[in-house]
Write a protein that binds this ligand. Structure first.
Ligand code: NAD
Length: 370
């Protein structure tokens, strides 16, 4: 079992613009058209900037493998499977999730601006990454949104009271736009921690946090190898732990039904599960125009509420009570100014992926990490 915090691991630092250019170059070398390569780079680098390294450039090796295995279809576009006015069903056809979700949100935003509300069921997209990215796309258009997502091919989480993997890390996200300021963005996996964070811990050789993992017999463990090691596998737990795990487990189950079934896609049950190495996501997004409500004081009321939260007395050691999205904003500021840290194991894997896409070392060397 890897050692706790004491385990040494090294990292490199790279500025966001250089990293973005590297990711664009990697996907263009792999065969993506320029717009696709840019959308993928926007998404992955933005995830790193927001502090969610689990959904940042460290995903590139896995995406490259899916691409090689024919499970990720480059240069595909979202297809409107059914247009029922305020309800749209969109087929993702295993195309790049960063393109599929962007195009599905474009369709939903346009419809919500016209009708006041739109529900978009996106199915069968390759990994759509950090869900906050899609909520932020809606927020930039002035729209409220909430998103239920399932991971159709990757059951890693045991339901409350169970031992076996039954559903994915199924994220939930909700966002509220604030003109002239960053939106409020709540965005989390319904598992105790995101699977990518267990992968990062595995690569760093450190333990996962307490209460997140069980081994194959259902016993608590901190070994990230329970998920990513060779041999017999354990499972992640839903958020909420031993006392409140029914809440995370229940929300994860509703994500399966709303995202996987309502979109005409797949849930993670054995009969319909997507059995490939690729990560396949389905997402139900409900996009609402706040201007359609009779709420002229909406922003003032929301601001007043945020102030009310922040003026509570605080427990020892807490400097500020954060609202959803605030931690990501702070990380964005710091990493934008000082660069993005990437553990060397992940960096090595990314460079290997670049080579496998056909980038020569002389080209790779242009994208310097220190
Ligand atoms: N595409 C997929 O299949 C998939 C699957 C799982 C997770 N994800 C993504 O993984 C990412 C990480 O998920 P996670 O569960 O590790 O997130 P997390 O546990 O870091 O929680 C993030 C949320 O909690 C808020 N938050 C963090 N610290 C806070 C504090 N001190 N006070 C108040 N609010 C705070 C953040 O603003 C954010 O809304 C998400 O972006 C999610 O969309 C994607």
């Amino acid at each position: 079992m890897p050692n706790v915090e004491a385990a040494p691991y090294s990292e490199v630092t790279i500025d966001a613009a250089t990293l973005h250019a590297f990711v664009v170059a990697i996907w263009q070398a792999a065969g993506s058209e320029p717009r696709e390569a840019k959308l993928v780079a926007d998404h992955l680098v933005e995830a790193n900037l927001a502090g969610h390294d689990s959904h940042g450039v460290g995903m590139i090796p896995r995406y490259m493998r899916s691409c090689r295995e024919g499970e990720l279809k480059l240069n595909s576009h979202a297809q409107l499977a059914r247009d029922a006015g305020a309800v749209l069903t969109v087929e993702g056809a295993r195309g790049f999730g960063q393109v599929m979700a962007c195009e599905a949100m474009e369709l939903g935003i346009e419809r919500a601006q016209k009708l006041g509300i739109c529900a978009v069921g996106l199915r069968n997209a390759h990994h759509i990454g950090r869900i906050g990215h899609w909520a932020e796309q809606c927020a930039r258009a002035g729209l409220v949104s909430f998103h239920f997502v399932n991971v159709a091919g990757d059951p890693l989480v045991a339901p409350f009271g169970g031992i076996d993997r039954r559903f994915g890390t199924n994220p939930f996200c909700a966002a509220f736009p604030r003109p002239g300021r960053a939106p409020l963005v709540l965005d989390f996996a319904t598992s105790a921690i995101a699977a990518g964070k267990v992968r990062v811990a595995f690569n760093k050789g450190i333990d996962a946090p307490d209460g997140a993992l069980i081994d194959r017999d259902g016993h608590a463990t901190r070994d990230p190898g329970a998920l990513f090691g060779a041999g017999e596998h354990g499972a992640l737990l839903a958020f909420g732990g031993a006392t409140a795990g029914h809440k995370g487990s229940g929300l994860a189950a509703m994500c399966e039904i709303f995202a996987g079934a309502l979109s005409g896609g797949f849930t993670s049950r054995a009969d319909t599960i997507v059995t490939t190495n690729a990560i396949v996501n389905c997402m139900l997004s409900v996009i609402v125009d706040p201007a359609a409500f009779d709420a002229p004081d909406l922003q003032r009321e929301a601001d007043g509420f945020v102030h009310w939260l922040k003026t509570t007395r605080r427990v020892d050691g807490v400097d500020d009570v954060l609202v959803p999205g605030e931690r990501e904003d702070a990380t964005r500021g710091a990493r934008g100014a000082h660069g993005i840290p990437i553990d060397t194991e992940s960096w090595t894997q990314i460079v290997e992926a670049a080579r496998s896409a056909g980038m020569p070392d002389s080209e790779i060397a242009k994208y310097r990490a220190t």
